[in-house]
Design a binder for this molecule. Structure first.
Ligand code: AMP
Length: 215
């Protein structure tokens, strides 16, 4: 089963993808994570995209399509979760072609619906465990005082993303509405779109997604 998690920054795509990886042995393909890794390890491509990402703009379609193409050639396990990809119509067309070429298909597009006010407060308060990626929030789920992650049990560094600030978030939201939100109509027209309320408790959102996948 191959699915797309679609939604603005802070909608909870990464969190829900982690549940699906654990529960269904699926593979999370997050282009944001891949790009951040390239940036941290200082590859030529990583250096090229660093400033673009920090500003909250989208990197070129060619770069992210190339990253996804490579991953589709690998092990498929329980299927792929596309997280943060596609983000433009060109990427969506490229994904359809890549899947068709490998005899795979897209089973569902889950649109995670949240309102903008919730996104700003979620994102500016967000940090993650540097070891396992568990997401924390200054208000609703603060980092433990002893810095031992409640998910992996490791005393870890807790990281804030360089683009999780109000200025970059404004750009990221604008990019989302201008370039990514047309995908909602695109997948609706293809009969693949399923809306899920992303504002509920994490477990409620997880259950709603399960309903779509198990239908
Ligand atoms: P994310 O972790 O999905 O929020 O992505 C972080 C940043 O990486 C984005 O703001 C973009 O700069 C870049 N990025 C990630 N995925 C894509 C994509 N599919 N297309 C273009 N840029 C992307």
């Amino acid at each position: 089963m191959n699915i797309i998690l679609l939604g603005p920054p802070g909608a909870g795509k990464g969190t829900q993808a982690r549940f699906l990886v654990e529960g269904r042995n699926m593979i999370q393909l997050s282009t944001g994570d891949m790009l951040r890794e390239a940036k941290t390890s200082g590859t030529e491509m990583g250096l090229r995209v660093a400033a673009i990402m920090d500003r909250g703009e989208l990197v070129t379609d060619e770069i992210v399509i190339g990253l996804i193409r490579e991953k589709l050639e690998g092990d498929k396990q329980g299927g792929f979760i596309f997280d943060g990809f596609p983000r433009t119509l060109k990427q969506a067309d490229a994904l359809a072609a890549l899947l068709a070429a490998t005899g795979e298909r897209l089973d569902a597009v889950i649109e995670m619906q949240v309102d903008d006010a919730a996104l700003v407060s979620r994102i500016t308060a967000r940090s993650t465990c540097g070891h396992c990626g568990e997401v924390y929030n200054d208000v609703t789920k603060p980092i433990p005082a002893d810095h031992i992650c409640t998910s992996c049990g490791v005393k870890a560094d807790f990281k804030r993303r360089a683009d999780d600030n109000e200025d970059s978030l404004k750009t990221r939201l604008m990019e989302y509405y201008k370039k990514t939100s047309p995908l909602i109509g695109y997948y609706y027209a293809k009969g693949q779109l399923h809306g899920v309320d992303g504002l509920g408790e994490m477990s409620a959102v997880e259950a709603d997604i399960a309903k779509v996948l198990d239908r």
